[in-house]
Design a protein around this ligand. Structure first.
Ligand SMILES: [Zn+2]
Ligand SMILES: [Zn+2]
Length: 276
């Protein structure tokens, strides 16, 4: 555990970039060899859009990182946050508890609120407009959403009282988990199902990308599936029945055009019922 703490305390930005790029490359190869859905799309053009949004997410997080670092340091200095108020525990249990709580506040809660608050949905919608879900979709987030998520991450760090190594560990696991759950692959159904009792599995997250409610408003989990199961937001749909996208924006000229995707949050709001 000490080695893990040491490594993530000072993880170089270059290593983080390599993990991100390496993950995309790995899942790209697997999904090209064994695709779950045979999309008729231009994989490179589609990836271009999603990688643009990945880069804007990196820029937003990089520019704001000092806030996160100061917040984490403040919680350590002032003994603030849930982890600091719990009794002393085994380092592994401490790390898993911290990761679970960061996942709850910084990811699950953030995601749920993005679906429930119209103003935030306008930004998160860009992630959902993708009708060709593959590993590059994982980090397709409008820059506005990246800021929203950053605020929740900071809130999570504050309430959990997590040291910075834990935040970096969480973010690294999250990047790879996201690339995995969006990859256009299909695990054997039994394996996927067993996995979904602990972690968000590819099938579980893809239900969240089904184009119609109520499925879009379920399975908000990021790394751990426990929060959806605990709070009753878990749902299941057979993978053969999935249709990706969001019913309000199914036209490629809208969801496959960078300029339009950037503009969507500022366009007239469309309620899903209009298209029912
Ligand atoms: Zn969502
Ligand atoms: Zn997604």
């Amino acid at each position: 555990m000490n080695e893990i703490i040491d490594y993530f305390s000072t993880i170089p930005s270059a290593h983080r970039a390599m993990i991100l790029a390496g993950g995309i490359a790995l899942f790209w190869l697997i999904e090209s060899a064994l695709p779950f859905v045979k999309f008729s799309y231009n994989k490179w053009q589609h990836a271009g859009i999603n990688i643009f949004f990945t880069l804007t997410t990196i820029v937003v997080n990089f520019c704001l990182a000092f806030i996160l670092i100061r917040t984490a340091q403040w919680t350590v200095d002032h003994n603030f946050g849930l982890l600091n108020w719990l009794p002393e525990m085994n380092p592994w249990l401490y790390a898993i508890t911290g990761l679970l709580l960061l996942d709850l506040i910084g990811a699950y809660l953030a995601h749920l609120v993005e679906h429930k608050v119209k103003f935030l949905w306008r930004f998160h919608l860009i992630h959902h407009t993708d009708t060709w879900i593959d590993t590059t979709t994982g980090n397709r987030h409008h820059p506005g959403e990246s800021v929203i998520r950053f605020v929740f991450t900071t809130l999570g760090v504050l309430l959990v009282g997590s040291p910075m190594w834990m935040v970096f560990l969480y973010q690294t696991l999250s990047v790879v988990a996201t690339q995995f759950t969006h990859a256009n692959i299909a695990l054997p159904k039994r394996i996927d199902k067993i996995m979904s009792f602990v972690l968000v599995s590819p099938d579980m997250h893809k239900v969240h990308h089904h184009y119609k409610l109520p499925y879009t408003d379920s399975n908000y989990g990021n790394i751990f599936s426990v929060w959806d199961r605990l709070f009753g937001t878990f749902s299941y749909l057979e993978r053969e029945q999935l249709v990706y996208g969001v019913d309000t924006h199914m036209q490629p000229k809208e969801h496959n055009d960078l300029k339009n995707l950037l503009a969507i949050p500022f366009q007239k709001y469309r309620s899903p019922e209009d298209n029912a």
